[in-house]
Design a binder for this molecule. Structure first.
Ligand SMILES: *[C@@H]1O[C@H](CO)[C@@H](O)[C@H](O)[C@H]1NC(C)=O
Ligand SMILES: *[C@@H]1O[C@H](CO)[C@@H](O)[C@H](O)[C@H]1NC(C)=O
Ligand SMILES: *[C@@H]1O[C@H](CO)[C@@H](O)[C@H](O)[C@H]1NC(C)=O
Ligand SMILES: *[C@@H]1O[C@H](CO)[C@@H](O)[C@H](O)[C@H]1NC(C)=O
Ligand SMILES: *[C@@H]1O[C@H](CO)[C@@H](O)[C@H](O)[C@H]1NC(C)=O
Ligand SMILES: *[C@@H]1O[C@H](CO)[C@@H](O)[C@H](O)[C@H]1NC(C)=O
Ligand SMILES: *[C@@H]1O[C@H](CO)[C@@H](O)[C@H](O)[C@H]1NC(C)=O
Ligand SMILES: *[C@@H]1O[C@H](CO)[C@@H](O)[C@H](O)[C@H]1NC(C)=O
Length: 418
């Protein structure tokens, strides 16, 4: 298998070198080995000149190169929309490894690498990203890229092992990570109890199959600005020590099975702009302190089990981009403070602070329709449509009465006729 490949690449190398020897007197050319590698990865033959200098944005193979002598070398490579016959061969990775710092795949259904990454690549690569590409890329392959500062796997199912914490295995050697995105990557298991990446600023683990509680260890990631654990199967309560993440600007824990109350420690997050706790099983009341948090722009608490009176004034809600609290059957709003148009999907309170009627199932306000996705619909529907069944029962009762009346009438008429 290897011998013919090697032979072909030698031959191609020879041809390329010859081709370059003729006009190549001026600026330094791309390293011929690396040019071959780019060819193998789908660089079109007619772009023989210099893949580094072309305005390649959007091209299937886009590279940036250093200005080395005698040859320039590829430092950053993006493969987009490649054909499904493309394969990320060990030979190509070997050739690129010495200089490559960033590697990205987008919509690239190529065959993922089988062997472990070459050591030079593992030592030098700083950014790796993969969006809808390289399906079933082995998690253990990724785990070798220990120098990464940015790792982003999106809409790509990984080939995982069966470890109890697949994520812990993946990141065990990546001490320099600042951005970690593993979104819709089909990873399961528990969240790690130890993080070795002190500089992590953005963590997005949304849309996987993580189970168990959110460990306190997450709250030791002091520099984190954005934490997204949405759409997993996490349970237990929100750790009170979430208040230690003092740089947090966006917290998205929506669409899990989290229970208990909304922790008071959220009030200690001065930078918080987005708070999404929708579609969980949170109970207790909505904390009043949220209205004192000046930076807040989005609050989503829909589809939970929250109770009591919405503690916000109209002025505060008017300043929010998103406010959602529908689908909390025991929650209500004070009619002398708010209107139904603002507290969409929330029932008005009676004078004791309990919901008077089932929440209106209709009228979506501008604010809610702007904010797409309908995250809490699954949980909300049960509550919102309570008007439906009772109306149906009433209709049925009226129908039956009419029928009975008609029968009696017919019977009487018959008797009269005889
Ligand atoms: C992807 O490539 C196919 C042909 O291989 C082409 O028809 C399609 O337009 C490309 N899509 C984008 C977004 O470039
Ligand atoms: C992390 O970065 C430091 C400083 O840039 C570097 O010395 C160290 O080797 C890196 N660690 C890894 C695992 O690459
Ligand atoms: C996700 O992982 C499970 C096993 O962990 C597997 O059965 C399933 O096929 C995977 N899904 C995809 C889309 O690869
Ligand atoms: C969290 O991730 C989900 C799905 O990937 C995304 O829709 C949502 O916007 C993210 N939340 C934040 C606050 O960025
Ligand atoms: C959380 O889910 C696990 C199973 O994934 C279960 O064993 C545990 O009891 C659950 N904990 C809570 C608090 O519901
Ligand atoms: C919330 O639910 C838990 C059980 O899951 C219960 O122990 C607790 O008392 C509830 N808290 C409130 C404020 O209703
Ligand atoms: C509603 O607000 C009014 C005016 O602020 C207040 O007097 C009343 O007690 C509130 N009702 C409830 C149920 O909280
Ligand atoms: C919520 O999570 C489940 C899996 O846990 C997923 O199937 C569903 O699409 C998610 N819903 C939203 C609105 O993201």
């Amino acid at each position: 298998m290897a011998a013919p490949t090697l032979f072909t690449s030698r031959l191609l190398l020879l041809m390329v070198t010859v081709a370059f020897a003729l006009p190549g007197a001026g600026a330094a050319q791309l390293d011929p080995q690396q040019l071959l590698a780019l060819r193998a990865l789908g660089l079109a033959a007619h772009r023989a000149g210099d893949p580094c200098n072309d305005d390649a944005a959007g091209a299937p193979v886009a590279a940036s190169c250093d200005s080395g002598k005698p040859f320039r070398r590829v430092t950053s490579l993006t493969l987009t929309n490649c054909s499904d016959t493309t394969s990320v061969s060990p030979a190509a990775l070997d050739a690129l490894a010495p200089s490559l710092r960033a590697l990205a795949f987008t919509d690239c259904p190529a065959v993922p690498p089988r062997l472990l990454p070459p050591e030079q690549l593992a030592a030098g690569l700083l950014a790796f990203s993969c969006k809808s590409s390289l399906a079933r890329l082995p998690l253990v392959w990724l785990s070798r890229l220990a120098s990464l500062t940015e790792l982003a796997i999106t809409d790509t199912p990984l080939a995982t092992g069966s470890s109890t914490s697949e994520l812990a295995v993946l990141i065990s050697h990546m001490s320099n990570l600042t951005t970690l995105t593993l979104s819709h990557a089909n990873i399961s298991g528990a969240l790690p109890h130890h993080w070795h990446c002190a500089n992590l600023a953005r963590l997005d683990l949304s849309g996987n199959r993580f189970t168990g509680a959110i460990p306190d260890a997450v709250t030791l990631l002091g520099g984190i600005t954005s934490l997204n654990l949405s759409s997993n199967a996490l349970n237990g309560s929100i750790p009170a020590r979430i208040g230690d993440l003092i740089s947090l600007a966006a917290l998205d824990l929506s669409n899990n099975s989290l229970s208990g109350g909304i922790p008071d420690t959220l009030s200690t997050l001065p930078e918080l702009q987005v708070l999404n706790l929708g579609s969980n099983r949170l109970n207790g009341s909505i904390p009043r302190f949220l209205s004192g948090m000046k930076g807040l722009k989005e609050i989503n608490l829909e589809g939970n089990n929250l109770d009591g009176v919405v503690p916000f004034g109209a002025g505060f809600l008017a300043k929010l981009r998103v406010f959602r609290a529908a689908g909390n059957s025991k929650l209500c709003y004070n009619t002398s403070v708010l209107t139904a148009a603002v507290a969409v999907g929330v029932a008005p309170c009676d004078k004791y602070g309990f919901p008077v009627t089932p929440p209106p199932a209709t009228a979506q306000s501008e604010k809610s329709t702007d904010y797409d996705d309908g995250g809490g619909e699954s949980d909300g529907n049960g509550e919102d449509s309570r008007g439906g069944p009772s109306a149906a029962v009433l209709g049925l009762a009226i129908g039956l009465s009419c029928l009975a009346f008609a029968v009696i009438l017919v019977v009487c008429l018959c008797k009269v006729c005889r």
